[in-house]
Design a protein around this ligand. Structure first.
Ligand code: SF4
Length: 336
């Protein structure tokens, strides 16, 4: 297993999202699943998008590569810039060139992402064929090199095998090999280890760290798992009900969370070396509201142990509360 050192993130943004708002039509009414979010992914940075299911993380990730089904989804406003190019303004042909070549994506369950009737080699070479002019022999060699890079043993033999012949961890490594085949600048990893056991999760995270150190890749990691965030991410954005409610460097966010939702997420999972304050883990009561049932005021107020009268009617705005840290909560607003 590698022990990769993290290359520091650079100042320049690889990806810049501004005022992104995404709606869904349901029963003739429009609901907003992502509500005007802004963020940047810097070069060589691992940025985690964190929150429970239904917070808008995956919708945000899919919108970057324009993979949302339209309709029922619709991007209502905003821009998604890769370098100087707004991905939302590209033609279908233009965005196809970005997918895989500039930005690649891996998903939670590699079994449903891989084609069961195509060999591993064919699936890797298919992406390479789409974006390069390599001949058959070079394609095969490149596929073997990629399998070796993601530390799959006996890569020549694996090229001829089918997904069902590999373990879950090996299948996820194949997905990573396919994602990296055209040397993208950005990898979006949507819950990449959720379907794997703990040991294999750690190996996949270690592999991603190593690949980032070797290639200068920027990673947008979508996860609900704070253990993974602390292990691999430089910064985190906490999403709730379609909004970013807190953002900042991971170490500071874990040490002194500013938003009650972040605090709730942290106290609801075991952390090595830290005893829960009340002697047991504290869960956040209730559930994330569906977009059509969003409460007035602060959307977190029905679940917030610190809610005040004002929270029921007035929505707080995401603002810088400390250098490099943003949060949207009236408590922080009123803090000295
Ligand atoms: Fe809780 Fe109010 Fe802060 Fe919302 S604004 S997180 S309800 S204290």
């Amino acid at each position: 297993m590698h022990t990769a050192t993290r290359p520091p993130p650079r100042a320049e943004a690889e990806l810049k999202i501004e005022n992104l708002r995404i709606g869904f039509k349901k029963n003739g009414r429009e609901f907003h699943a992502v509500r005007g979010i802004d963020f940047e992914l810097k070069r060589c940075e691992t940025l985690a998008l964190v929150g429970e299911s239904g917070c808008g993380k995956t919708v945000t990730a899919l919108s970057i590569l324009r993979l949302l089904a339209e309709p029922p989804a619709k991007v209502l406003s905003g821009s998604i810039r890769l370098g100087g190019v707004d991905l939302l303004g590209l033609s279908e042909e233009g965005i196809r060139k970005v997918r895989g070549r500039e930005i690649a994506m891996i998903f939670q369950d590699p079994m449903t992402s891989l084609n069961p009737v195509l060999s591993i080699g064919e699936q890797i070479m298919e992406t390479l064929r789409r974006h390069t002019s390599l001949g058959r022999k070079n394609l095969e060699q490149r596929a073997v090199d990629l399998l070796r890079r993601v530390e799959i043993p006996s890569p020549v033999e694996k090229l001829r095998q089918y997904p069902h012949q590999l373990s879950g961890g090996m299948r996820q490594r194949v997905m990573i090999a396919i994602a990296l085949s055209c040397e993208p600048r950005i990898l979006i990893a949507d819950e990449p280890t959720t379907a794997l056991d703990v040991l294999v999760q750690a190996q996949i995270m270690d592999l991603l760290k190593q690949l980032k150190a070797d290639t200068g890749l920027s990673i947008l990691l979508i996860t609900h798992d704070l253990g993974i965030v602390s292990e691999i991410a430089d910064r985190a954005l906490v999403m709730y009900a379609g909004e970013i409610v807190e953002s900042g460097p991971v170490a500071q966010l874990f040490q002194s969370p500013l938003h009650p939702y972040t605090r709730g997420l942290l106290t609801s999972v075991p952390q090595i070396g830290r005893r829960p304050a009340a002697g047991r883990l504290q869960e956040i009561t209730g559930q994330v509201p569906r977009p059509e049932e969003r409460p007035a005021g602060c959307a977190f107020h029905p679940r917030c142990p610190s809610a005040m009268d004002r929270c029921l009617t007035d929505a707080p705005v995401l603002e810088e509360k400390r250098p490099g840290r943003r949060a949207s909560c009236w408590l922080e607003q009123d803090a000295p």
